[in-house]
Write a protein that binds this ligand. Structure first.
Ligand code: ADP
Length: 482
């Protein structure tokens, strides 16, 4: 890996401000999903190291919570600046371990940094309130306090941003974090920790451990010291962590799977809708939890929409993330590519039509972008998140029908609607049972808005003012006898 600052590439975990190896001496390789080459090795940590990290976090929390909001804010601001100063190296690490095109990786680094900037600002605005008292000789004061030590578990699809949108608000609020990044993308996490240290984050406040997910997750959820789990990943693991957190009644932020509908009405600006699909479906090779999974297109514009879509999809360039002009990188691993293939095969067997898509080379993790049409609700892609570059186009006839079909899922993360009717836009915005609705827009993620889902897509919100509230407890004090 060609870095301007090679010291950003760490192969050790970060506990209590020290770069450390596993007590068992074990390491495991991390591979580049594009080439299959081993990039480096990370420690395989288990129970003991997790406990050390939790203890370190608890110690750091005791002092950090007393640091003034302005000072916490200044430290975070410095971290934000260092991330941007090192954008090329961070993007290089990211493309190498995750595969996304270099330009997209740079975009993610900026997006990731923005969470730190936003929460550096919010740190100073965690206002409480004074409530008019029910007694003349008493006063009621409500304040916000940091929740304590947070266990954060993150996925590989956004190796930097999923970390900063948890750590930014946590540190801003006065909390400490033990982070377990995804095994596929640990090096972005280590680089962020190195920059956090340079920014002046105190030792122990931010701990990063890799290794046995079950052991680490088990200790984090079992611990009485850890007061909150913040997880982004699959719905299955989210439910498991929720169950494991029950005995200690932990606070939870869960950002789980989606199955986003993308609805195009007959009165929509079709070119704008195609622009929207390209980001909502093909960004990160379709590996985002807000990816459009089900494209519902009104029957009267179906054929022209498909024609335009195929034309645009044919301009995508699938290549190694460091290739100039690449717009689609590899999927994270072979199993992901096989899952997309299984959705295509299942749909074609049940009567769908392949409108676009080259055959995948099954010896690599690359999966060429596909468009399938005449997709029906009986096909797997209707109910399962594909998490890959497959655009599945369904047709619909009426507004009521498409609302019912769009809502017919246990997931409720993102949804998208294209229409030129103001009345319909509002009706749809209010009828869709999703935490987020993009109206005439395919890119809804930003640090200034509350990101999160309803139903089985999760709990809590990340970003915006709500993002820091999720790391704080409300305390009410009654001052009596006045
Ligand atoms: P994905 O399908 O995106 O890999 P996962 O939910 O499996 O989703 O992974 C998201 C994160 O959860 C990763 O950091 C992974 O290592 C972690 N993880 C997986 N299984 C467990 C578990 N049993 N306990 C704690 N963390 C887990």
């Amino acid at each position: 890996m060609n870095l301007n600052d090679p010291s950003l590439f760490k192969q050790k975990c970060y506990i209590a401000g020290q770069w450390v190896t596993a007590e068992n001496g074990k390491v495991e390789p991390v591979t580049n999903p594009s080439t299959g080459e081993i990039i480096g090795y990370v420690p395989v940590m288990e129970h003991e190291e997790t406990l050390h990290a939790i203890e370190a976090a608890q110690r750091a929390f005791q002092s950090w919570k007393k640091v003034s909001a302005k000072e916490r804010s200044n430290t975070l601001r410095k971290w934000y600046e260092l991330i941007l100063e090192n954008i090329d190296d961070l993007a290089t690490i990211m493309t190498t371990e995750q595969g996304k095109p270099f330009a997209e990786a740079k975009g993610e680094v900026i997006y990731a940094a923005n969470f730190i900037e936003w929460f550096a600002e919010e740190a100073k605005r965690t206002y409480g309130e004074v409530i008019p008292s029910h007694k003349t000789d008493a006063r009621i004061v409500v304040s916000k306090e940091p929740i304590g030590v947070v266990g954060a578990i993150t996925p590989w699809n956004f190796p930097a941003a999923m970390i900063t949108r948890k750590c930014g608000p946590a540190f801003a609020a006065g909390c400490a974090v033990v982070l377990k990044p995804a095994p596929d993308t640990p090096f972005s996490a280590f680089a962020l920790a190195e920059l956090a240290e340079r920014a002046g984050l105190p030792a122990g406040l931010f701990n990063v451990i890799t290794g046995d997910a079950v052991a680490i997750g088990g200790e984090l959820t079992k611990s009485k010291v850890v007061k909150k789990i913040s997880f982004t990943g699959s719905t299955a693991v989210g439910k498991l962590l929720m169950a494991q957190s029950a005995p200690t009644v932990k606070k939870l932020s869960l950002e789980l799977g989606g199955n986003a509908p993308f609805i195009v009405f007959e009165d929509a600006d079709l070119d704008a809708a195609i622009d929207g699909v390209m980001v909502a479906k093909f960004r990160n090779a379709g590996q985002t939890c807000v990816c459009a999974n089900r494209l519902y297109v009104h029957e009267t514009v179906y054929d022209v929409f498909v024609e335009k879509l195929v034309q645009r999809v044919s301009t995508l360039i699938m290549a190694d993330g460091f290739t100039d002009g690449a717009t689609i990188g590899p999927l994270i691993n072979r199993a992901s590519a096989e899952k997309v293939q299984s959705h295509v095969t299942d749909a074609l067997e049940k009567g769908a039509t392949l409108a676009f898509g080259e055959k995948a080379d099954s010896s690599t993790n690359f999966f060429p972008p596909h468009v399938i049409t005449h997709v029906t609700d009986e096909m797997r892609v209707a109910t399962e998140e594909t998490f890959g570059p497959l655009a599945a186009v369904f047709s619909f006839a009426t507004e009521d029908e498409v609302i019912a079909r769009a809502n017919d899922t246990d997931s409720g993360l993102a949804s998208y609607v294209y229409t030129r009717s103001l009345q319909r836009a509002w009706r749809m915005g209010e009828s869709l049972e999703f935490g987020m609705v993009g109206i005439n827009e395919g890119l809804i993620s930003t640090e200034v808005a509350p990101f999160g889902g309803v139903k089985e897509s999760g709990l809590g919100r990340e970003g915006a003012r709500q993002g820091i509230c999720d790391y704080m407890e409300t305390k009410y004090m009654l001052m009596g006898g006045l």
